[in-house]
Write a protein that binds this ligand. Structure first.
Ligand SMILES: CC(C)(COP(=O)(O)OP(=O)(O)OC[C@H]1O[C@@H](n2cnc3c(N)ncnc32)[C@H](O)[C@@H]1OP(=O)(O)O)[C@@H](O)C(=O)NCCC(=O)NCCS
Length: 153
């Protein structure tokens, strides 16, 4: 059974070694960048606290995810900031697993009404995954990325 584990001083160097395929690099920032960003949070129409995790298959790191919370943001209070599965482990359900774990965390928090996500318009794999979990495109485009939302309440 896969699991997610927080990024720590013990595992961050292993997690920055995970990479997507060359042709996927423009879809997602490097884990090195994301882990640096997570130290400070994000400023997008207010402050977002960021939470970074590795996705593991047993003791083998296979992917990375990061989400943000801003409980004061009217549109969505949780935001899926990053999701990647290493090129050697894609297509085995780890991406879907990471999404389901994040949604479990959000559902357990009564302050989260709606979850946001965004992706490049031609990222068909990501779009299909998010749509299958109930995300609906809002019609907005932010920094060139399509925005989608999932209402939890
Ligand atoms: C998107 C990504 C995280 C999916 O992770 P994954 O472990 O390969 O995906 P899964 O095996 O869990 O597949 C989940 C679903 O994704 C979709 N999917 C994934 N890759 C796909 C592809 N190349 N083409 C079409 N659909 C794809 C399918 O709908 C699949 O549904 P299924 O479970 O019914 O088969 C992974 O491909 C990745 O890291 N891509 C590069 C980085 C990226 O684009 N991240 C998202 C940024 S918004």
């Amino acid at each position: 059974m896969p699991e997610i584990r927080p990024v720590t001083k013990e595992n961050w160097q292993t997690l920055i070694g995970l990479k997507v395929r060359e042709d996927q690099r423009r879809f997602v920032a490097s884990n090195l960048y994301s882990i640096a960003q997570a130290q400070f949070g994000d400023e997008f129409e207010g402050h977002w606290d960021l939470f970074a995790y590795g996705i593991y298959d047993g003791d083998v790191p296979v992917g990375f995810l990061m989400y943000g919370f801003n409980f004061l943001y009217p549109k969505h209070q949780a935001y899926i900031q990053r999701l990647m599965v290493d090129e050697n482990f894609q297509g085995k359900g780890f991406g879907r697993f990471g999404m389901i774990k994040m949604l479990e965390i959000f559902r357990a928090d009564e302050r989260v009404n709606t979850v946001g996500i965004s992706y490049e318009p031609d990222n068909d794999g990501a779009r299909k995954l998010y749509a299958s979990l109930g995300f609906v495109e809002t019609g907005e485009v932010v920094e060139g990325e399509v925005v989608a939302e999932l209402k939890l309440k």
